[in-house]
Ligand binder design. Structure first.
Ligand SMILES: [Zn+2]
Length: 354
């Protein structure tokens, strides 16, 4: 029986990886339980199990990840590296007390070899524009969008391009390091050990980087240091949590970056979203088993603010009406729909929040 549970756990994890799921939900119900995967943003039911097996799976996962197995009333979190299919996968587990015993959710971190920008971008011309953008010798480049919009993936792709094409020295500062990479020096934020974004950035600057990647700008101190690093001749790439490129500029201004500094230092602001691409086999509502066969299911669409429209947007940062002539994400999505790459419903899912 022990063996059964261990085997079943591995089987579920392997299956989730083959679906390229982002999360696994193990949910007990009144008499049975279900396994659900989150695939491309949607929750899909994969398998039903008897309640006893569901509880055994949850206990097993709690045990191997070092949680308190006897504790069922308080939520717990843990993480674990599991070897599967000749690779190791980082997973994060969390339990949540529910009305029928506790639910367990596993977050899987994407482990596919990094995607090149042309593979990632729905439109090749947008990939080209982004790559040209980071040929600049210095400046601050910001990628924004909500959680799950693929900002980090774009950032890594840009770094790989800079390394492979331009042979630049790259140092990253991340919380946490999402993808290990031999080509960059990666520093992880560890507040307990005193490594914060600002202290990390200070020590990183002594290591003579050409390109600095800051995982995310969250506070005024980091924002100001990022600007200073860019002003002193570094190319700084970072992400910001904001809905579009103009609001990212406003956010930096709110964090205390002066308008004159913004004008001097910002080379580009990019807002992005991930769209589900139409299935070439079954059309709009692709069934999970079909999805599994498809290599490319999502594409990134970008709003790229550079050059004169960027300078104009910074000039209008204090006014209510900050119109720019940037091509919005909505327009890019419409183009994708018109060309038959994406379904109309993606406009409502994504376009409304842009
Ligand atoms: Zn399909």
């Amino acid at each position: 029986m022990e063996m059964d549970v261990k085997w079943k756990t591995e089987n579920i994890l392997t299956q989730a990886i083959s679906f390229r799921a982002s999360d696994i939900h193990i949910v007990p119900m009144e008499k049975s339980g279900v396994i659900r995967f989150r695939v491309d943003g949607n929750l899909v039911e994969i398998e039903k199990f008897p309640l006893t097996l569901i509880n055994k799976l949850i206990n097993h996962l709690k045990f191997i990840s070092g949680m308190d197995v006897g504790e069922r009333r308080r939520p717990q979190n843990s993480s674990l590296t599991v070897p599967l299919l000749d690779k190791s996968y980082a997973i994060r587990l969390s339990t949540f007390p529910s009305s029928f015993n506790e639910t367990l959710v596993i977050r899987l971190f994407p482990h596919e070899n990094h995607l090149s920008l042309p593979q990632l971008s729905l439109f090749p011309y947008q990939a080209t524009k982004l790559i040209n953008m980071i040929h600049a010798p210095y400046g601050l480049y910001v990628i924004c969008g909500p959680t799950g919009s693929g900002k980090t993936t774009t950032l890594y792709s840009l770094l790989h391009t800079s390394f492979n094409v331009m042979k630049r020295n790259i140092i990253t500062l991340e919380d946490p390091v999402e993808q290990r990479c031999d080509q960059f020096l990666q520093m992880e934020i560890n507040e307990r050990a005193g490594i914060t974004y600002s202290s990390g950035l200070r020590s990183l600057l002594r290591h003579d980087p050409d390109i600095i990647m800051i995982g995310e700008i969250r506070d005024s101190e980091t924002a100001k240091m990022a600007v200073r690093a860019a002003l002193t001749g570094h190319l700084v790439l970072t992400t910001l949590h904001s809905k579009n490129s103009v609001s990212a500029l406003k956010r930096l201004h709110e964090l205390g970056v002066k308008k004159t500094d913004l004008l001097d230092v910002i080379g580009g602001v990019v807002s992005q979203r991930l769209v589900n691409m139409l299935c070439p086999y079954c059309g709009a509502s692709c069934v999970p088993y079909c999805k599994k066969q498809r290599k490319r299911r999502r594409g990134a669409v970008y709003e790229i603010l550079t050059g004169t429209p960027l300078q104009e947007a910074i000039g209008l940062i204090d006014s209510w009406n900050s119109m720019t002539s940037v091509v919005s994400i909505n327009k890019v999505i419409c183009k994708g729909i018109a060309l038959g790459f994406i379904h109309e419903s993606e406009y409502n899912r994504i376009g409304k929040g842009v």
